[in-house]
Design a protein around this ligand. Structure first.
Ligand code: AHR
Length: 489
């Protein structure tokens, strides 16, 4: 029997709701077709933004959305995407498939999307090929209540009130596609850009520096030492590649048990990365005032056969839902340092929440994992300890069970995952005086996925548990994520 021990007297603090954030890039069919279809589309829309997609995203309470990239951000010039659509510049999207970008989805459209979803926008500025003035004026355009020429241009384009956007990224992957910079050079460039990222309202902006790729601890050290006094957050990017090889990443749906457990153990590497990066941050910022923003994470597989390799379109299985659950458990257990995370990406790209085909839309297992974890948003984390068998082959074994707990409004939220793809696991939840519980579950075979004609994975009510003597005993099916709402006696 597996055991989950909870101690509600020990907590790392509040779980920032933004760790359940999303990322949307001008890449493949994420923006165009996935989110934006244009006002004249027969697909029901609001000013060109798909209503079905917005409604689905509202249901999982998306807290924050990063845009316009990714690599795209460092070639994006925001002024190309404002004003009358017929006058907007057409550019080649060099990073993603070489397609022509007509800029019909720009700043106003993105910020309207965020208003429709009810989430905070997170705009990533162009440092790789842009200018300090461009970024400074983008912030002014979006946030200034004054009657400066830049703010007046916003009004001429139909928006009177400033949007008061808080989150601004100062470049993306500037160690690679964002300018191939060395850490020392980027730290200086960052300081220059950040000097001109100004506050225009009483809502101060949060400047997010480009952080390391995976285990580049030197990058973190240099940025913390040289530039931390000028940023409020620093990013971290880490993708889970099923095979561990960028040349042949593995199929999204066609994999065996070895690759399943290999993927989960690679996802768990996030724990080591956050622990080690946090240790560096702690030396410069012992009060933990700077956020670690994991603003790109998720499973990256080979594209679906027959699709454009530059569009990064992949299906999504129960394995993805479990990778999401493991990442959430890691972010939650480090909630004193991790203040935001953005899965890559929201629609039709990489580990997506939603896939679309014309007017059709499907919700992936990953979407449902976000749904099951949403109760943790803004709740007080409760320390948990899992005692469980190891499953999987040598070298890629993982604990059979993973968990997170939190409390809010007098109720306890508990999420449990069974990573064992073959067997039900009985989990004893101890440390609370449980009086009552209700639960929902997502489960299926490790390769199970939803397609446009049939839904095989979705959230259902769950009742295979007992409450006795203040303890909860759960019979958790193979390959599952369950969410409990608990009342104490
Ligand atoms: O998410 C896809 C790409 O991965 C992003 O554009 C880039 O930042 C990262 O390398």
């Amino acid at each position: 029997m597996e055991r989950v021990l909870l101690n509600r007297f020990v907590s790392k603090g509040t779980i920032d709701k933004n760790i359940f954030g999303q990322f949307s890039e001008h890449l493949g069919h994420c923006i165009y077709e996935g989110i934006f279809v244009g006002e004249n589309s027969p697909i029901p829309n609001t000013h060109g933004i798909r209503n079905d997609v917005v409604n689905a995203l509202k249901h999982i309470k998306v807290p924050v959305l990063r845009w316009p990239g990714g690599c795209f951000a460092d070639e994006y010039h925001w002024e190309d995407g404002i004003g009358p659509k017929q006058n907007r510049k057409r550019m080649v999207n060099n990073n993603w498939g070489g397609v022509v970008e007509d800029n019909s989805f720009g700043t106003h459209e993105f910020l309207e999307l965020c208003e429709l979803i009810g989430c905070e926008p997170y705009i990533c500025g162009n440092v790789g090929s842009g200018t300090v003035r461009e970024l400074a004026e983008w912030i002014e355009y979006v946030n200034s209540p004054s009657d400066s020429s830049v703010a007046q241009k916003r009004r001429l384009n139909g928006r009177d009130e400033p949007w008061r956007v808080k989150f601004w990224g100062v470049g993306n992957e500037n160690w690679g596609g964002g300018g191939s910079m060395r850490a020392e050079y980027y730290a200086d460039v960052y300081r220059r850009y950040a000097t001109f990222c100004r506050n225009f309202t009483d809502k101060p902006i949060c400047r997010i520096a480009c952080g390391p790729s995976a285990d580049d601890y030197r990058w973190m050290e240099v940025l913390m030492r040289e530039a931390a006094f000028m940023f409020e957050g620093i990013s971290l990017h880490y993708y889970t590649i099923p095979t561990g090889s960028w040349q042949s990443k593995g199929s999204a749906t066609d994999f065996g048990k070895d690759e399943y457990y290999g993927t989960l153990s690679r996802a768990l590497y996030m724990e080591e990365l956050i622990t080690k990066h946090s240790a560096i941050m702690d030396r410069y910022d012992p009060k933990k005032q700077k956020g670690l923003m994991v603003d790109e994470w998720g499973v990256w597989t080979d594209v679906e056969p027959g699709t454009n390799p530059g569009f990064l379109y992949q299906q999504n299985t129960m394995r993805d839902a479990l990778v999401a659950a493991l990442n959430f458990d890691i972010f939650i257990s480090h909630c004193d340092r991790v203040k935001m995370a953005n899965i890559a990406q929201m629609v039709n790209v990489l580990q997506a929440m939603i896939l679309t085909k014309g007017a059709k839309m499907l919700l992936t297992p990953t979407y449902h994992a976000f749904d099951l974890y949403k109760a943790h948003q803004g709740a007080r984390q409760i320390e948990s300890c899992v005692i469980a068998d190891t499953v999987g082959e040598a070298g890629c074994g993982v604990k059979a069970v993973s968990a997170s707990a939190s409390e809010k409004d007098g109720r306890i939220n508990l999420t449990l995952s069974n990573l064992d793809c073959d067997s039900l696991r009985t989990v004893s939840v101890e440390g609370l005086n449980i009086a009552k519980a209700s639960a929902k579950i997502l489960h299926g075979a490790m390769n199970a996925y939803n397609d446009f004609d049939a839904t095989s994975v979705c959230v259902t009510d769950f009742a295979d548990y007992d409450v006795k003597d203040g303890k909860l005993s759960v019979r958790l099916p193979a390959c599952s994520v369950a969410a409990f709402e608990i009342e104490e006696g």
